[in-house]
Design a protein around this ligand. Sequence first.
Ligand SMILES: [Zn+2]
Length: 337
Amino acid sequence: MQPSRIWSEIDFQKDGKATGYLRVPISTNASAYGWIPIPIASIKNGSGPRVLLIAGSHGDEWEGQIMLIKLIQSLKAEDIQGHLIILPGANAPAVQVGQRVSPLDDGNLNRSFPGDPNGTPTMMIAHFIEAVLLPGCDLVCDFHSGGSSLEYLPSTVVIAPRSDSQLRQSVDLLRVFGLPVGFATDASTGGDRSLTGACDRVGSVLCLSTELGGGGTASRNLLRAAEDGLARVLHHIGVLSAAPEGSHSGSTQLLYRVRPADFVYSPANGLFEPFVTLGDSVGDGQEAGCIHFTEEPWRKPVTIYFGMGGVVLCRRFLARATLGDCLFNVGRTWTPQ
Ligand SMILES: [Zn+2]
């Protein structure tokens, strides 16, 4: 594998807490020998599990970024056993402008693995994560949300695991995190180009993700629940020494979602009127909403239907919709063997 061209201000081998930047080289009209800063923290205390925490893979998903910024400030090396590496704004150029993809290269970090050490900035970041940060990790927690265009029923997420032991460990993590919903999805959304694909290539790295709300905002209650959930997971795997104070909310409903069967897309350009809300149970073929036509207000709206029934996991947050936009997805009851 070719070496990364990104260099780190911090030494990942050293015990203690260190913060600084990954420096992604860039050469432009305005900055011939410059670098793009990607904030990173390493908190290490002796031997133990190695865990990578990532947010801001998509720049407009705020909840995870807030959680990890707070964690960097609150955690001390003596609070943990092992090694925590924290990337609170992984695609920092996208984070800076509050967009899903990077303004430098239109790069979607979670569709860019295994990356390229000689590629665009987003490809270089993906390569660094897969080639330098992931090897030796026991667990990756990757915090996503609905971003600007979607809103999710707050959920923890795993990609349908490959082996029995991964399945058991993944379901355990969904339950320990403790959000009311945990769902498994197939690899069709990001596939081999996603961080989960990178975890599979590197080897036995468990990958836990989230979909925390969205709509371009961050709610107090959801942040609190996610912060408590992450603390429980870190304690569960032996990184956080002290048991977290946040109490478990109760049982986690397990769901399964595949694409395209459980997704509903806009059949036209217009204004999207939803007929259901997040968390509703819907039946096969039930009406999901309709599209109104602003330029032909006398034209009959087009009704949209769910294909498969299930629990409404996600909806389009923006009312303006274009042919092909995802409007909903649902999760079906999942009973892991
Ligand atoms: Zn995302």
